[in-house]
Design a protein around this ligand. Structure first.
Ligand code: NAI
Ligand code: MG
Length: 393
């Protein structure tokens, strides 16, 4: 069956890297129709909506989306750049990717962080005899994608009803003398069902791909209610997976462990914000934003995207310098999801080969400052990297 994929390049380098991923998918023999869908800053500016209804409809119909990146700007800039005819009419900017996650309940976010042999950006560590070693990292972060600190339930100058409700908590005594207008509140709300879903997804993944441990990365000694609920549910879910060890670490300690012995950790699970933090931290050990891919999975709709943003400072460079691998690996996650694992394995092997050969490198792999001069210093273009991956398929 020929698939239809909703293609959402978005802004900036999203428009550069998404077509590169399509080239690789085609070359690997994946047959699909791509329907373009509008998303991002341009549509905020022109029609006051960064996530137009026609895009939502396309995702509802076809279920699978490939997404590049979007640009978000602070409130003042958003108001100023809005089409003058729409200004003052109550339009409010919101991030369309956060919007998509909430609208389609894409509550399972998967961010694999795996080192490729020979990547000059890999984490290295000094050994006792003064030499260096390069542990291969193979960690997969499961981030709860819709609730927690990013659910958006927050106030500056909370209304009286909210303040009164908070005052029922004994710990609010400490804030007794703070006027509401000098108070900001962001909440961390978690539901048992969502905790169970992300935990079960993590354990299932560990079972399917042979990981021996699942680490819940929270802070239950301080965040007794929310982290406490996640850990309690983890113990319940773990009982269904006798062969897989359940570990727990505190988010702060985990940030230290990952630069000491990152190779120890397999699957990790966390709430939205903690998951965002640990996945960026692990990504830093395996090459950074040029390599960091992700999947946002819901019951019906799924969207696959690199974790990097639109990198506006590079969007005008022609030829382009950015690394397409994060986007191509995200497309591989899409193939895994729709049962085309043979093709995704083929693409990942080709990427591994290009990296190990070490002849073709984007500017980030050469640790250069980005700009038009990187080619003189040995960097390849975005398109040349794609060509090399295709050559190695
Ligand atoms: P960014 O991820 O766009 O770029 C940060 C830096 O990372 C770049 O300057 C570049 O040095 C490097 N980088 C990013 N992608 C790369 C690639 N493929 N290859 C090589 N190097 C790469 O984050 P930044 O600059 O904080 O944000 C820029 C815009 O992107 C903002 O408007 C922000 O709101 C948005 N953003 C969007 C995201 C999304 O669409 N999911 C995620 C993060 C930021
Ligand atoms: Mg992040």
């Amino acid at each position: 069956m020929k698939r239809t994929i909703v293609s959402m390049p978005g802004d900036g380098i999203g428009k550069t890297v998404l077509p590169e991923a399509k080239r690789v998918l085609n070359a690997a023999g994946f047959e699909a129709d791509y329907v373009h869908a509008d998303i991002g800053w341009d549509f905020w500016c022109s029609e006051g909506n960064a996530l137009p209804q026609r895009t939502i409809d396309l995702l509802k119909e076809h279920k699978i989306g490939l997404f590049g990146a979007i640009t978000s700007k602070p409130k003042d800039a958003a108001d100023k750049e809005l089409n003058p005819e729409l200004q003052g009419k109550g339009y409010v900017y919101f991030s369309p990717i956060v919007g998509l996650r909430q609208l389609f309940d894409l509550d399972i976010c998967i961010r694999p962080c795996r080192s490729f042999k020979g990547n000059p950006l890999n984490f290295i560590r000094r050994t006792n005899d003064g030499a260096f070693e390069e542990p291969l990292v193979d960690s997969v972060i499961f981030r709860q994608n819709t609730e927690g600190l990013y659910a958006g339930v927050e106030w500056t100058n909370p209304p009286k009803t909210v303040r009164d409700a908070f005052e029922t908590h004994p710990k609010m005594k400490a804030f007794k003398h703070v006027p509401s207008e000098d108070m900001a509140i962001s909440t961390r709300i978690m539901s048992r069902n969502a905790c169970r879903r992300i935990l079960r997804a993590a354990f299932e993944y560990a079972k399917k791909f042979g990981y021996s441990n699942v680490t819940v990365c929270e802070k239950p000694n301080v965040l007794r209610e929310t982290s406490g609920m996640m850990f309690k549910e983890a113990k319940m879910v773990a009982k269904e997976y006798p062969g897989i060890a359940l570990w727990d670490t505190n988010i702060d300690a985990q940030m230290m462990w990952l630069t000491k012995n990152p190779e120890t950790y397999g699957v990790l699970v966390a709430e939205n914000m903690f998951g965002d933090i640990i996945s960026d931290a692990f990504a830093g050990l395996v090459g950074g934003l040029g390599f960091a891919c992700s999947a946002n999975l819901g019951e019906e709709v799924s969207v696959f995207e690199p974790t990097h943003g639109s990198a506006p400072k590079y969007q005008e460079l022609n030829p382009s310098i950015v690394n397409p691998i994060a986007m191509i690996l995200s497309a591989c996650m899409m193939l895994d999801h729709i049962g085309e694992k043979e093709k995704s394995d083929k693409i990942r092997s080709a990427i591994a080969k290009v990296i190990e050969d070490g002849k073709v490198k984007t500017y980030d792999m050469l640790k250069l400052k980005g700009g038009p001069d990187v080619f003189k210093l040995g960097a390849c273009t975005t398109q040349q990297m794609t060509d090399e991956i295709i050559r190695n398929l």
